[in-house]
Write a protein that binds this ligand. Structure first.
Ligand SMILES: NC(=O)c1ccc[n+]([C@@H]2O[C@H](COP(=O)([O-])OP(=O)(O)OC[C@H]3O[C@@H](n4cnc5c(N)ncnc54)[C@H](OP(=O)(O)O)[C@@H]3O)[C@@H](O)[C@H]2O)c1
Length: 275
């Protein structure tokens, strides 16, 4: 297991920021006392104190403490946070923004071009170290880039992508959690119709999705190769699968994902808005 010596600040510990902090503690890659997390409503962070994590509502104090600063506020809150911490951001610190739709160029327009800026797009499974996190940067230093990939690597899997693919990563990996969970819910409902109670149906649906994903992650095979193994000619699986396709299964997923993608384009303008 990898261990990081760096101190890490998480500015804006809401749903995602708190999940990242929990993930780090659960991974043992970072000790609680190497972490400092901030939000304005400090009382909502008290639960993190029990993990020895430092909490504060002073963003500058957090930045001074840390070598790596993860910013996880809403797009319209980012400009204010960057302006506030700018004077304590030294050039050696690594800044990672998880904020949707705000470019590295936008961020550098506030804090300057000499800073090391990364964007990361994780999902909420980061709290249990099962995130898919896409990372982009314009930092040329491979050691820094590898450090950021390793950091998110202990919290699941990480992938370096071009910045122009960040919106696509957002809908596939971050929104993707909701899409996958809705699939599991639908299968659970069907499971009840065919005789299981809700708890057993959900267990079967969830573990089956996990197993399917692991088959692909471990083999790197195309899904259809695994599907061929379970679709006996004249059998029940192919009959069900084809009925799903007649009802628009793949088409509805593709349309839903491309609709989310189009929607994301409207978010980036929020960076210029005030909260
Ligand atoms: N949720 C996801 O799955 C996910 C995945 C990938 C990316 N993202 C992106 O990550 C960002 C955070 O998402 P989220 O779902 O965690 O949002 P969220 O729950 O609204 O969290 C934002 C947090 O920022 C805090 N905050 C706002 N202004 C602050 C300031 N000046 N100083 C310190 N803290 C401040 C807020 O707390 P106070 O009001 O108490 O300050 C709040 O807890 C968003 O840009 C989102 O698009 C989210």
């Amino acid at each position: 297991m990898k261990f990081f010596n760096n101190n890490i600040a998480i500015i804006g510990a809401g749903n995602l920021g708190k999940s990242i902090a929990q993930g780090f503690v659960n991974s043992n890659a970072v000790k609680g006392n190497q972490l400092i997390v901030t939000r304005r409503k400090l009382n909502l962070l008290e639960e993190l104190s029990s993990f020895n994590i430092n909490i504060t509502n002073d963003n500058k104090q957090a930045v001074k403490f840390a070598d790596i600063i993860i910013i996880s506020v809403q797009p319209k809150q980012l400009r204010g946070v960057l302006s506030e911490i700018k004077e304590v951001l030294t050039d050696y610190k690594i800044i990672i923004s998880t904020v949707t739709g705000v470019s590295i160029e936008n961020i550098q327009s506030v804090i300057g071009n000499s800073k090391k800026v990364f964007r990361a797009m994780p999902n909420t499974a980061i709290s249990i170290m099962q995130s898919m996190t896409c990372v982009c940067t314009n930092v040329k230093n491979e050691i820094d880039t590898q450090k950021v990939l390793d950091l998110f690597g202990v919290l699941g899997r990480s992938l370096l992508i071009e910045e122009q693919r960040m919106a696509s990563a957002t809908v596939l990996a971050a929104s993707g959690i909701a899409f996958s969970l809705r699939y599991i819910r639908a299968v659970t409902q069907a499971g009840i119709e065919v005789g299981f109670d809700a708890r057993d149906a959900q267990l079967i649906a969830s573990q089956t999705v996990l197993g399917s994903a692991m088959l692909l992650l471990e083999s790197g095979e195309h899904p259809e190769k695994e599907i061929d193994k379970v679709t006996t000619p004249l059998g029940c699986t192919i009959a069900g699968l084809n009925e799903m396709e007649h009802m628009g299964f793949s088409s509805s997923l593709i349309k839903g994902i491309t609709t989310s993608y189009k929607k994301i384009a409207s978010i980036s303008k929020d960076f210029s808005d005030k909260e």
